[in-house]
Design a protein. Structure first.
Length: 150
């Protein structure tokens, strides 16, 4: 995988501060598990409030976690004073998500000045068993001079 160099030496603190302000992630109980240049992992425990009618984790929860992981992976490479917005994503649900927790991994594929393309993977974890339940390709936009930072 390509090595990326962050433009902001404070990228980790910036990502963690922004994530802390993201109320929807708090609502679903998501937490940052890993922050590195071009890579972010978001983890959440599975409980009944996140399940759909058949007892699996709702697709919307999986999509939100993958989208945030990809967005924050992109933000790790953006210059100080900028923000990130999702402008497009496609998610493939590969199998029902059942387990004790869910881990969404976001990875930058290509980082440009304005557009960053990311790959995401969502795994359902039961004990030591990990199964990929969804994949995502996401396009993120660097936002400058619009009052949106982080």
């Amino acid at each position: 995988m390509k090595q990326f160099t962050p433009q902001d030496p404070q990228f980790e603190e910036r990502v963690r501060a922004s994530f802390g302000r993201q109320r929807f992630m708090a609502t679903i109980g998501a937490r940052l598990a890993r922050v590195a240049p071009s890579e972010v992992d978001i983890e959440l425990d599975v409980h009944g409030d996140l399940e759909q009618q058949h007892g699996f984790v709702h697709a919307g929860v999986l999509a939100a976690a993958a989208d945030s992981a990809c967005g924050y992976a992109a933000l790790t490479l953006m210059p100080p004073g900028t923000g990130v917005l999702s402008i497009e994503f496609k998610i493939n649900m590969l199998r029902p998500a059942a387990g004790d927790r869910v881990l969404a991994r976001g990875r930058v594929i290509r980082a440009g000045r304005t557009i960053t393309v990311c790959w995401g993977e969502v795994a359902a974890i039961s004990g030591t068993d990990e199964r990929t339940v969804a994949t995502m390709v996401a396009t993120m936009m660097t936002v400058r001079d619009r009052g949106l930072t982080d």
